[in-house]
Design a protein around this ligand. Sequence first.
Ligand SMILES: Nc1nc2c(ncn2[C@@H]2O[C@H](COP(=O)(O)OP(=O)(O)OP(=O)(O)O)[C@@H](O)[C@H]2O)c(=O)[nH]1
Length: 370
Amino acid sequence: MKAHNNNDSDSFDQLLSQLSTRLINSEPDETQSCTAEVIAAFGHYVNADRCYVFEFDPEIQRMNNTHEWVRNDFSAHIDDLQNISAGDLPFFFNQMRNNFRFIIDDVETLPKDASNEYAEFQRESIKSVICIGLVAHQKLLGFVGCDMIRQKHRWTQEDIQRLSLVSDMLANSLERQNTYQKLIETQRQLEEANLKLQAQATQDGLTAIANRRALDEKLESEVKRAKRQRTGIAVLLIDIDHFKPYNDYYGHLKGDAVLRSVAECLSNIMQRSTDFVARYGGEEFAVVMSTDSAWQALRKANELLDAIESLEIEHKKSSTEPYVTVSIGGYFEQPSIDSDIPNAIKRLLDNADKGLYQAKSDGRNCIRFR
Ligand SMILES: Nc1nc2c(ncn2[C@@H]2O[C@H](COP(=O)(O)OP(=O)(O)OP(=O)(O)O)[C@@H](O)[C@H]2O)c(=O)[nH]1
C-alpha cells in the first residue's frame, strides 16, 4: 500500500483546514455536503476503499450510516447499514462504547467473540477497518471510519491522528447541528404556545367565540374602516331573556349549554367576513356589522331573534315561554370623517344598550333600534 509523503500530508491538512472553516460557517444543508467532502478527502488521503459516518441513538443501542464515500466501483452499503442494533454487532458496540475507537489491521485476527463482526466484514469484503468515535462533551455521538478492501493495511499513528482530527471536526459540527435542530424545535413550540395564548386572550372560554377584549379591538378597527370608506356600522346587543330563572330551574350546566347554543347560532348567521360576534359578558352577546343602512341591520337582528327562538330550547320559567328567547338593542351610525374613535365606540355601545333596556321593558323577545 502506498505510503504518504509529506506533500500528501500537507495538502490533506490544508484541505481539512478549509473544510473545517466551511463546516463552522455552514447552514444545515451545506453541512451535509461538507461532511461528504471531508470523508472523500480522507479516503483519498489514506488510500482507502470506503469511508463513512455513522450516528448512534442517544442510548448507543442503534446506529445509522449517514454518509458514505466509496472508491470507484466498490459497492456502497449505506442502504443496508440502517438501524443496526447493538445485538447485531455486540463486540463492535462494546469497543466503541468503552474505547471510542475500533482499529483492526487484519480482520482474520478478530477474537472469537467477534463472530458477528467477522461475518459482516466478510459480507462487505473488508480486510482492515478503522473507526474513530465522534465525541462531543464526553458523549459518543457516532463514528467516522474507513475500510480497506483491496488489501490489508496496518493503520499508522499518522492515520489515527488525522482521522481523529476529522472525527473532532465532524463531532463538533454534528453537535452544532443537533443544537440547531433543538433550537428550531424550541422556537416552533414557542410560536405554537404564543398562538394559543393569543387565541386564549381574545377568545371566550365557554363559548369559543370572541371575548370582550376582541370586541373592543374589532370596534376600533371597524370604526376606523367605516370612517375611511364612508360606510356605516351597526352594533347589536343581544341578551337572553330570564336567564337567571333558567339557571335556577334547569341548573348552571344546562345554562352553560344554552350560552354555547346561542353563540353558535349567532355565529352561523353572521357569516360575512365583516360580521363579528362576541360574548359581551354573562348572558349577553354583541354583534358588529358593517352595513349601509339601519334597515339592513334591523333585518339581520330580526333573523337572529327568530333563529334563537327556533332553537326551541325549553324555558318554562320565562314570560316569553315555551322557548329560550332573546331581547336585542341595536344602533346604527355612519361615523363622519372627523369623528373621534373612542367617542364613536362609546356612542355605539351606549345606544345599543339603551335599545336593549327598552326591549326588556317592552316585554322581551323583541328588538328596539335607536
Ligand atoms: N350558566 C351560566 N350562567 C351565567 C353565566 N354568566 C352569567 N350567568 C347568569 O346569567 C344570569 C343573568 O341574570 P340577570 O342579569 O338577572 O338577567 P335575567 O334573569 O336574564 O333577566 P332579564 O335579562 O331581565 O331577562 C345570572 O343568573 C348569572 O348567574 C355563565 O357563564 N353560565
